[in-house]
Ligand binder design. Structure first.
Ligand code: TRP
Length: 516
């Protein structure tokens, strides 16, 4: 059977907008600043930059190369490299991505709820009946947020965000290109406006100074490095074959080394300037955030904006619009990669697959939006959904991402041979990828990831990891174990089942490496 006609980006610009839109997301705007703040602001930049050059750029070149070379979605591209084992790694990556997709979209649902609030009630004190908290106990944004997530209306927000995602991937690259051409420029503009607002605040520039004052003492702390390396994978959308999928829609002649550099630098530039705006706002109002990323998004920054001398509503709406547009262009890349994997494997019509993937995704995202209050004292997380989100995030973000990146490097490094990837990239590349790339992929990056994973596991065992909380009740511990088991079964066994299913291997055109 002949190859199904494959989608292609209409222009190079379309691809760059889509890929940088995938990379630039909640990770750049809030997670980066929360991490930077947690690890001593200026101190974070050095490990972060090292992570970018050591891990980020080589893995970006590798992922773009994998997709571009095979011109098929991730699992099939990986099959062509390493047979059944390769395909399993592909699905394992995509299933980990789907866990992140589900809660990423839940967070976007909350952002939508906050966006609605920004027109009015977000800026006023309110009671949180579900937690038995009278008006004025919590800050305005905190009470708005907890009231919102303790109600079933959040489920509607989550469903709306899923519908938006399905609509954007509905016609593949065509509809994605249309959306990113509007959203990506818009989020740059909003970000730049917020920076100007930030630096013109009375103490704003002092916050920015802090970002540029490296503190070498903190760099002795291993955790800073761990934070920087996970952040690079997450922010560049690496490890799960997302970039490979986007690159599979590029023409054979396209230049992957310059694409990799463009996407990586655009992403990190955005992250830096977002840091400027956020640190300025933090310091202008002397807010000391507890560094959790979600509290940064939903409490700390809205509180800062709420203290602006003028234009609270306007800047609040702008901030949440920024998060929504940036988040949507990221979540669609996750949904697209999953859909593309299923489409290419089972040769099903795109629209059917988008509907199936979205239906399953909605169930997952709604689970993270469940309002049942499990911690009225607010000592922990509050609702059942938020608690589940925290646990799943822990396994998929801190472990899934790095494990997938590791397996990917090992497969390309030792089964395919990175020189083969260079041979397919270099003929079309202005900047040639040199032999040092081979050693990065084969040895350096896997070694670095292994050290970080080893450190994380050690932390976990010693009680400094997720299980560190000493106040935990029996139910919470059971929930932890249940989530860990759920994550393992879903990703490991799910990937086995998907690999075992017939699909493209029954088609005569899907050979091993020889036909590529
Ligand atoms: N990079 C996005 C952000 O910074 C999130 C994201 C999109 C992602 N696709 C991904 C993270 C794939 C990991 C893997 O918000």
């Amino acid at each position: 059977m002949a190859d199904t006609p494959r989608d292609q980006w209409k222009s190079k610009l379309g691809f760059i907008l889509a890929a940088s839109g995938s990379a630039i997301g909640l990770g750049n705007i809030v997670f980066f600043s929360a991490n930077a703040y947690k690890y001593g602001a200026g101190a974070f930049y050095v490990p972060y930059l090292i992570a970018l050059f050591l891990l980020g750029i080589p893995v970006m070149i590798m992922e773009l190369g994998i997709g571009h070379r095979a011109q098929r979605a991730y699992p099939e591209a990986m099959y062509r490299i390493g047979g059944i084992k390769g395909e399993w790694i592909g699905w394992f990556g995509l299933l980990n991505a789907s866990v992140i997709t589900m809660y990423y979209i839940t967070i976007l649902g909350w952002v939508l709820g906050m966006w609605i609030g920004a027109f009015g009630s977000l800026w006023e004190p309110q009671a949180v009946p579900a937690f038995d908290l009278p008006s004025g106990t919590l800050s305005n944004s905190m009470s708005y947020f907890f009231d919102m997530i303790s109600k079933f209306e959040t489920v509607a927000y989550v469903v709306i965000v899923w519908i938006l995602n399905a609509a954007i991937v509905w016609s593949g690259t065509k509809s994605i290109e249309r959306a990113v051409k509007v959203f990506v420029p818009l989020m740059w503009i909003f970000m730049i406006v917020l920076i100007f607002r930030g630096i013109t605040l009375p103490d704003g520039p002092q916050g920015i100074m802090l970002l540029f004052t490296p503190d070498f003492e903190v760099m002795k702390d291993f955790e800073v490095w761990q934070g920087a390396f996970s952040q690079i994978f997450f922010t560049l959308s690496l490890g799960f074959g997302i970039m490979a999928t986007y690159a599979s829609y590029l023409p054979k002649k396209s230049d992957q080394s310059s694409n990799a550099l463009t996407i990586s630098f655009m992403n990190c530039a955005f992250e830096y300037i977002a840091g400027l705006a956020i640190f300025a706002i933090l310091f202008a109002f002397a807010i000391v955030p507890k560094a959790s990323t979600l509290s940064m998004t939903f409490f700390v920054l809205p509180e800062g904006i709420g203290s602006f001398p003028v234009g609270v509503q306007l800047f609040g709406i702008m901030f949440f619009t920024l998060l929504l547009t940036a988040g949507l262009t990221s979540s669609v890349s996750l949904v697209e990669a999953l859909a593309a994997g299923v489409i290419d494997k089972f040769n099903l019509p795109r629209k059917t697959v988008v509907l199936i993937v979205s239906a399953i995704g909605v169930i997952g995202s709604v689970m993270f939006a469940l309002p049942m209050v499990i911690d009225p004292g607010l000592a922990g997380n509050g609702t059942l959904g938020l608690t589940l989100l925290d646990f799943f995030d822990h396994w998929a973000f801190s472990y899934g991402l790095l494990i997938c990146g590791l397996l990917e490097c090992l497969l390309v490094g030792w089964v395919l041979g990175p020189e083969k990837l260079r041979e397919s990239i270099n003929p079309h590349a202005k900047i040639k990828v040199g032999p040092i790339f081979d050693w990065m992929i084969k040895v350096v990056i896997p070694a670095v990831i292994l050290v970080i994973l080893g450190f994380s596991i050690k932390n976990e065992m010693s009680g400094d990891g997720l299980y560190g909380g000493t106040t935990e009740t029996g139910t919470m511990q059971n929930l932890h174990v249940l989530v860990l088991a759920g994550w393992l079964v879903f990703t490991i066994l799910g990937a086995m089942a998907l690999t075992a299913a017939g699909g493209f291997r029954r088609r005569s055109d899907a050979g091993g490496d020889s036909d590529v």
